[in-house]
Design a protein around this ligand. Structure first.
Ligand code: UD1
Length: 363
């Protein structure tokens, strides 16, 4: 069986790595890895391939940045001949980035079966480009691998047949489980003592410069209490440059380059609080038992609130301040490695591989 995987942006790599590994143990499976090149900086791509021990991509489409239309179209145009040449029997796409939808659409039109890993998540917020990508990718996919049962319910509500839906657990947690021992031995410079860890890159937070400036001021205020470590996504870096932001008043607000995976997990597990707008980090903090404040109005990962450590603070800086204060006052110690969400156990990719090869997740 020939399976082709498509990855393009940072959060895809931690999801694809365990699936590639799990399928590797089946001698009859041949795998091809395509990188669309949506993320191209070494710090957003190359370093993850090394750390996650992923094979070099067989093909790199080199599409780079652009508007959503340009980026999606560029992936489609470059990917179509690759599919025609390689003739895979199944194409696996991951998550919700533009590369995911573009690849699924090409395959659907060529009648090549598509499997979507991390299917069924819904924020119900169509202003998010990722939500559009999720809904359409699920619509186009033949195999839908969900991380939690809310995903199954969302898909059934949209009329997707039960037979296509497979609740397998969370592949991002597979990677976390595998690399946590390494992360525990990683010592980061500047992260001694208590600190908050921040990531922000969503258009809703960083493209509105007034809001971004206010957020930065709030983080600078927080840094009067404890160090704030903020690895900055390239999109956010561009906006901060546009603003000419001067954060020099605070020597404890550290704006860093994007960090490699192991170092970032090493920081996450020791953070007093994580402030983020990322999807994956809401899940990782839930697994690690670290309090997480999500700077969004909604989440496609409600299980991180109902069973985990996540709280939505929305577009409300007072709420962000108050919630951070409450967390810091409680002096919560991390409840590391409790495992509150069913099937977030490090074995999701094995289940996916079994379903693909044998037609069932059970041994
Ligand atoms: C994309 C995903 C988002 C995911 C995020 C993780 C979509 C719609 N969004 O958002 O779901 O959470 O990746 O990082 O697919 N850039 C660089 N170097 C890079 C990559 C990007 O400089 O290696 C800059 C580009 O100038 C680009 C901007 O960052 O304009 C945004 O990149 P893009 O891939 O369009 O979306 P992200 O914001 O990264």
């Amino acid at each position: 069986m020939h399976i082709l995987h498509v990855v393009g942006a940072r959060p895809n790599f931690m999801k694809a790595a365990p699936v590639l590994r799990a399928l590797n143990s089946y001698p009859d499976v041949r795998q091809t890895l395509v990188h669309t090149g949506q993320h191209y900086d070494a710090s957003m791509s190359e370093v993850f391939f090394r750390e996650l021990e992923m094979p070099e991509p067989d093909v790199n489409l080199g599409v780079g940045s652009g508007t959503h239309g340009q980026q999606t179209a560029a992936v489609m145009t470059a990917f179509e001949p690759v599919v025609i040449e390689h003739k895979p029997e199944l194409v696996l796409v991951y998550g919700d980035v533009n590369s995911t939808l573009a690849a699924a659409l090409v395959c659907a039109k060529l009648a090549i079966p598509v499997g979507h890993v991390e299917a069924g998540l819904r924020s119900r917020d169509r202003a998010m480009p990722e939500e559009i990508n999720r809904v359409l990718t699920d619509r186009l996919s033949d195999l839908l691998f969900t991380p939690s049962d809310d995903g199954d319910r969302n898909l059934l509500d949209e009329g997707i047949p039960r037979s296509r839906i497979h609740l397998v657990g969370n592949v991002m947690i597979d990677t976390l489980v595998r690399l946590l021992p390494k992360a525990k031995t990683h010592l980061s410079n500047g992260a001694n003592g208590r600190f908050a860890l921040v990531t922000l890159h969503r258009p809703s937070n960083v493209d509105d410069l007034v809001w971004l400036r206010d957020l930065l001021t709030t983080l600078a205020d927080l840094s009067d209490q404890l160090s704030v470590i903020f690895p900055v996504h390239p999109r956010t870096r561009q906006r901060l440059n546009d603003l000419g932001i001067d954060h020099s008043r605070s020597t404890r607000l550290h704006l860093l380059e994007p960090l490699p995976y192991v170092e970032f997990i090493g920081l996450q597990r020791r953070a007093a609080v994580v402030i983020t707008d990322s999807g994956g980090i809401q899940e990782e903090t839930t697994f690690l038992g670290i309090p997480c404040l999500t700077v969004r109005e909604n989440t496609e990962r409600p299980i991180t609130i109902s069973l985990g450590t996540n709280q939505l603070v929305g577009r409300n800086l007072q709420k962000l301040r108050d919630s951070a204060e409450a967390i810091l006052q409680q002096k919560l110690s991390p409840q590391e490695e409790r495992n509150p969400v069913p099937l977030w156990d490090g074995r999701a990719a094995e289940r996916i591989a079994r379903i693909i090869v044998r037609g069932s997740a059970t041994e």
